[in-house]
Design a protein around this ligand. Structure first.
Ligand code: ADP
Ligand code: ZN
Length: 707
């Protein structure tokens, strides 16, 4: 196909079917290569936008695009998403009746199907149509499944080499989020596409805000976190089944809608948890790592790691499930020393013990970082971030370095005095002078440093001890009940006055802006979130009616843009990112009506606001009292008073403005030629008469003029 014939179609196709105005980085190059019938390998992070790379070409190619995909759940979600966008798509698998299968095959033959999703196992039943008479393009989704190096190896993927042999002129596009080189070369070798152009996009997921908190009181911390975002979907990853269940029980006592997901459930139970999550019937899933693969839910707003993951690959894959729609999302990791010890124990004795422990060490370094966390993550994947990200806890409140020599001396001397026999917890208890059994039974209350650190909290001591370990001034003896030992550098601190720089624990400080602007902003946000909530409920209702996940109707990003723009005409509605032709047609009216209702209710409330003031005035409240009660500025209340007076309500206007002031303003009005605003009066009196008095006096003057 010559380049010019399709090139001008790309953006209009993207808008018409997906509702987006621009391509994300590399999407356009990838699509162009596919349309030029070149093979390609696309490496993009989860949520990067891989599907568009073969779905847009499928709409331009005359025949069907075959999409190989590993999971039925994944296929169904993608097909529902395509259909919601008005794209003819179907999946083919063994659960369908032979009539259904025949129907799909004949749609391919009639060139009535743009996308056909199929698992490798089912391809044999499609042998009559997998040829160049019917197929324009082949997409291999989750292509890393082909490689035994990959973490989701699927033997059935290894037979896919036949595709290139049988359809030599058909472009193959392989897509995955797994970046490593061994997997990459395995994919192109096994698919027989050695000349495939490789498109590797950045792994940065800017919209995911990263933070790490100490694990003390994590249930309490999680409850606070959820309370701030009660309507958002989230996943909490835990290390064990037991933890998932205990956590769910705790959340349920607080009336939080949560379910557990782990390998101990039956297949049906797990499917139900997953579906309820996708359909927003369950807000929160507490899961072991088995949860999430193949979930395309775009409106997961946050991911919490209750326990530390065992390596950065796993961590990044799991947090990647948040914010696929590009809307701001959170990843919160709880860092606990006990987890590190437990994960170490799991790794010990494994065949690749050294590798596992090295990976765990990198994970630990990430958790304890005092520099931009995203830089650390991306460098792990071989990417260099030039600037600090500004969207991680370290960037938001950079650690303050201070002279921690005395603190270090107190810790290390305690370590020496307990004869390097105690783990972190007991050290802190000694420093803080605790009177518990583990201290008293061993007589540790007798040592010299007992109780010298009561001024520092437990959590902060922990933070400092971990820093000393990371700096090499102490170490954990894993084989010796995790007791803290001294190192050769400890002596420098204890005996040679070496200085130690430490950082203060990171506290998340709320940003305090201009209070006036803040209330204004808060009010606007409140109004927006009210509308968001109404539109979200509408979306939920429509989704239930159609039996598709809500995010397939509109993503959260699209919903937010609708709230910000409040479109009430077709013309404005289609301009929203994520609204294509079909969605305008099917959902536009419902959403616009909801916005109109909302606007009307707000306006009528606004039109009557002065009447509320009047009631309070009649009850004898002063202006200040009314203003406080209604949380409105007193100037606003005075404008209500002026309006009420103009409407003929019995207001004792001279309580607020004197007759002589009214006279002055009457004169000024003539002199200034009845200006439409108050400022000219204010300037005329050189700021000696307040605005509210000007307003009230004008109400009197205007009333006189009318009679
Ligand atoms: P992946 O398969 O790479 O994990 P998806 O294809 O599911 O990612 O895309 C993730 C999200 O990004 C989807 O909600 C998709 O509609 C959206 N998206 C894709 N391309 C664009 C684009 N050009 N502009 C805006 N949003 C896009
Ligand atoms: Zn950062």
């Amino acid at each position: 196909m010559p380049k010019t014939s399709y090139h001008t179609q790309l953006l209009p196709t993207l808008k018409k079917y997906f509702g987006y105005d621009t391509f994300r980085p590399q999407q356009e190059e990838i699509i162009s290569a596919v349309l030029e019938k070149k093979d390609g390998l696309v490496i993009m992070p989860t949520g990067g936008g891989k599907s568009v790379c073969f779905q847009v070409p499928s709409l331009i190619f005359p025949k069907t695009t075959l999409v190989v995909s590993p999971l039925i759940a994944l296929m169904k979600d993608q097909v529902d998403g395509c259909n919601a966008n008005g794209i003819a798509a179907a999946y083919f698998n063994s659960s369908q009746s032979s009539e259904e299968q025949q129907e799909i095959i004949s749609r391919v033959v009639q060139q009535d199907l743009k996308l056909l999703y199929v698992a490798p196992e089912s391809m044999a039943s499609l042998s009559n149509i997998i040829n160049e008479t019917y197929i324009s393009c082949i997409a291999i989704d989750e292509a890393h499944c082909i490689s035994s190096w990959g973490h989701d190896f699927r033997p059935s993927y290894q037979q896919l080499g036949f595709l290139k042999q049988q359809l030599p002129d058909t472009p193959i596009i392989a897509l995955t989020a797994t970046a490593d080189k061994a997997t990459r070369s395995d994919i192109v070798a096994q698919l027989g596409i050695p000349n495939a152009k490789q498109f590797i996009t950045s792994f940065d997921r800017k919209n995911i805000s990263l933070s790490v908190r100490p694990a003390d009181g994590r249930v309490e911390q999680i409850l606070n976190f959820i309370a701030k975002r009660p309507n958002s979907s989230g996943i909490i990853y835990c290390l064990s089944r037991k933890t998932t269940e205990q956590l769910v029980a705790k959340l349920k006592t607080k009336k939080i809608n949560a379910e557990a997901y782990h390998a101990g459930l039956t297949f049906n139970e797990r499917t139900k948890v997953q579906e309820d999550f996708i359909f927003d019937k369950t807000k929160i899933v507490c899961a072991t790592i088995a949860f999430g693969m193949g979930i395309d839910k775009s409106n997961v707003r946050w991911v919490i790691h209750y326990n530390m993951p065992k390596n950065i690959e796993g961590y990044y894959q799991e947090i990647g499930r948040a914010g696929r729609d590009g809307v701001a999302s959170n990843a919160l990791l709880f860092h606990s020393y006990a987890d590190v010890i437990q994960l170490r124990r799991f790794a010990e004795g494994a065949s690749n013990e050294e590798v596992q422990i090295a990976k765990l060490e990198r994970m630990k370094q990430f958790s304890e970082a005092t520099t931009c966390r995203r830089k650390i993550l991306l460098s792990y994947f071989g990417e260099l971030l030039a600037e600090n990200c500004g969207n991680c806890d370290v960037c938001k409140s950079p650690p303050q370095v201070f002279d921690g020599t005395i603190i270090a001396q107190k810790i290390l001397s305690t370590v020496a005095r307990v004869k390097e026999n105690e783990a972190i917890g007991v050290l802190i208890d000694v420093l803080r002078g605790a009177k518990n059994a583990s201290v008293l039974d061993k007589g540790l209350d007798q040592i010299k440093t007992y109780g010298i650190g009561q001024d520092i909290s437990w959590k902060d001591w922990q933070h400092y001890i971990i820093q000393l370990i990371n700096l090499g001034y102490a170490e954990i003896a894993f084989q010796h009940h995790n007791a803290i030992h001294l190192t050769e550098f400890s002596k420098n601190v204890l005996f040679h006055k070496a200085k130690v720089s430490l950082t203060k624990p990171i506290e998340l400080v709320e940003q305090i802006g201009n209070p006036k602007e803040k209330t204004k902003k808060v009010k606007k946000e409140k109004r927006s979130s009210e509308l968001f909530e109404r539109l979200r409920l509408l979306r939920h209702k429509l989704a239930l009616e159609e039996n598709i996940p809500a995010y397939l109707i509109f993503s959260d990003a699209t919903l937010q843009e609708i709230v910000d723009e409040r479109p009430i005409t077709d013309h404005d509605f289609i301009h929203i990112s994520g609204v294509g032709n079909r969605k305008l047609e099917v959902y536009g009216a419902d959403f616009m009506n909801e916005i109109k209702d909302f606007n009307q209710e707000k306006n009528s409330k606004k039109a009557n606001t002065h009447k509320v003031t009047y009631e309070l005035y009649q009850q004898g409240l002063s202006i200040d009292e009314i203003s406080e009660k209604r949380n409105l500025k007193s100037t606003t209340i005075f404008s209500h008073i002026a309006k009420l007076y103009s409407e003929g309500k019995p207001i004792n206007i001279y309580d607020f403005v004197s007759p002589s002031e009214v006279e002055e303003i009457k004169k000024a009005k003539v002199q200034l030629d009845s200006p439409p605003a108050l400022k000219p009066y204010f300037d005329h009196f050189e700021a000696q008469i307040d605005y509210f008095k000007i307003r009230l006096a004008l109400a009197v003057v205007e009333k006189e003029e009318q009679t």
